[in-house]
Ligand binder design. Structure first.
Ligand code: C5P
Length: 206
């Protein structure tokens, strides 16, 4: 039997650091973590291969997903295009909700976790940072993964996706009213984690 049930929703802009923070929370509190961006990346990848987005979302395959290179700019762009399609979102919804409903809880990060997927999450965060800083972070991450890419291209991708994600009709990128907002532009990962874990500790004491 789990000691507690903790559902943490972490939304935010592309490359804001939400993935890193989510993984740290999951590790520290021993709860599973789902990077929901990967689900949209999986569908985007399939569309680039010529598949229909709605049936690709319907046939989400986590074991296959783990074998694919989903971190390229081409795939991130395709992901944010398919993410505008309501039936793609609907087909991915149940998997995310069941993941969140595991005994003991879970950490999910994405764009609509606090607003649509887990509106009753115990804790919600909305993580952002300036586009330039996010582009620099993502650029360094991609270089580290061996991609050859320019900083300018990464910045353009981030700005384009922010715009598309924030302005789509279905489940746009917006903070939930009860989300704690954190701007990580001038913060180290350790500082962000400290701020986040203070909120979690306070919640667990309730
Ligand atoms: O988080 P990540 O950058 O990997 O997400 C890729 C794209 O997937 C985003 O730009 C967004 O369009 C879409 N997405 C979404 N809802 C989520 C997670 C990701 O629409 N919960």
């Amino acid at each position: 039997m789990a000691k507690f049930n903790l559902v943490v929703a972490i939304d935010g802009t592309a490359a804001s650091g939400k993935g890193t923070i989510s993984k740290k929370i999951a590790q520290n509190y021993s709860v599973p973590h789902l990077d929901t961006g990967l689900l949209y990346r999986f569908v985007g990848y399939k569309v680039l291969q010529g598949f229909d987005p709605i049936s690709a979302a319907n046939k989400l395959n986590m074991s296959e997903l783990e074998t694919l290179d989903l971190k390229t700019l081409k795939v991130s762009n395709a992901a944010s295009e398919v993410a505008k399609i309501p039936l793609v979102r609907a087909n991915l919804l149940e998997f995310q909700r069941s993941f969140a409903a595991q005994p003991g809880g879970a950490v999910l990060d994405g764009r609509d976790i606090g607003t649509v997927i887990c509106p009753n999450a115990d804790i919600k965060f909305f993580i952002s940072a300036s586009a330039e800083i996010r582009a620099r972070r993502r650029y360094e991450e991609l270089l580290g993964l061996g991609h050859s890419i320019s900083l300018k291209k990464v910045l353009e991708d981030i700005q384009e996706r922010d715009e598309r994600d924030s302005n789509r009709k279905d489940s746009p990128l917006i903070p939930a009213v009860d989300a704690k907002k954190i701007d990580t532009s001038d913060m180290s990962i350790a500082e962000v984690y400290e701020s986040v874990s203070r909120v979690i500790e306070a919640e667990l004491k309730k």
